[in-house]
Ligand binder design. Sequence first.
Ligand SMILES: Cc1ncc(COP(=O)(O)O)c(C=O)c1O
Length: 379
Amino acid sequence: MIKKTVPLSSPDIGEEEVRAVEQVLRSSILSIGPKVQEFEKLVSEYSGLRYCVAVNSGTSALMLIMKAAGVTVGDRYLTTPFSFVTSSNILLYEGAEPVFVDIDPLTFNMDVRQLEQRYAEDPAKETIKGIVGVDVFAQPLDWDPILDFTQKTGLKVIEDSCEALGSSYKGKNCGSFGSAGAFAFYPNKQMTTGEGGVVVTDDEEIYQLCRSMRNQGRGVAENWLEHVRLGYNFRMDELNAALGIEQVKKLDHFIVKRNAVAERYAKLFSGVSGVRTPVVETYTTRISWFVYVVMLDEGIDRDGIIGYLQERGIQSRNYFAPIHLQPFYKERFGYREGMLPITENVTKRTLAIPFYNNLTIEDQEYVVHTLKEGIERFS
Ligand SMILES: Cc1ncc(COP(=O)(O)O)c(C=O)c1O
């Protein structure tokens, strides 16, 4: 039955990347070397923020930001249940807790009105110290009203921009709305380092703290056996950085390609009933397209469609699963189905379909055609 295979994502790796990684291998400097420094400089320039600290994952980047922000035991932070689990786990690592706010069904981002209402109604407001805002699928949050709200209430702003490198809100880059931003470079992202991530910030104190914590708590002088604070080994190595340097140089070109793929999908889906393509808000001045997630009409068996596509060689995924209904969140916090109805409804209907820089028109036509058949069969 399988005519061809179309993966969900695929990194765009050229000869430049292969040569750059090979050069590092031949240099024998595999860690703590010039490539990480060069990568940091390029990402800092790209993001428009003064400082960059390269680490071994987006999760590590966010962990450092939480520690630098002084998040601590008993703190509660308003955040979205519609995200990758990390954006909430980073609170648990510090002994803090998420306070989930339901989402806007069009943008899939945290709903600003519900954010204000959830805060206003909270019986233990004084324990809410801030928000963790996530730019989901590279669509920026509606930051202006959120920042008005946090200024009014004195709440801290943590931005999880792991999916949004290259996106901007009213001309301002994602990653720049809190005291520091984080980007992630797993191979399904807009650009990759294999595994990897960065912290970006304009704040020198946060920068120095994150540098030290990533490197076993060493001080500014980086003496090997002097540890001025509790630190970790979150370092990115030279191989990942060499790959990242070549990728970030191509990032604008990658984003042009991603926009072209998204536009083609939008055209191919026009007139197909039962499916809604992603909405790009007018305040989104640039979207770098992390994934391409469509929403099926109520009543269509989404999981049946995933199986139908799989049998025909097309990879797809339910994106996301609600964080509050993850088994260990349910067990620990007592969350139950029905508590965040919009998120729960959306997560039953969303579907990520193949999306990457070099997805061909023929493969996109095949995906749309097969999805249309699936919708007819599973409605
Ligand atoms: C919103 C969000 N936050 C954090 C992360 C964590 O990044 P990593 O997988 O590099 O640790 C991801 C990764 O996909 C993500 O999508």
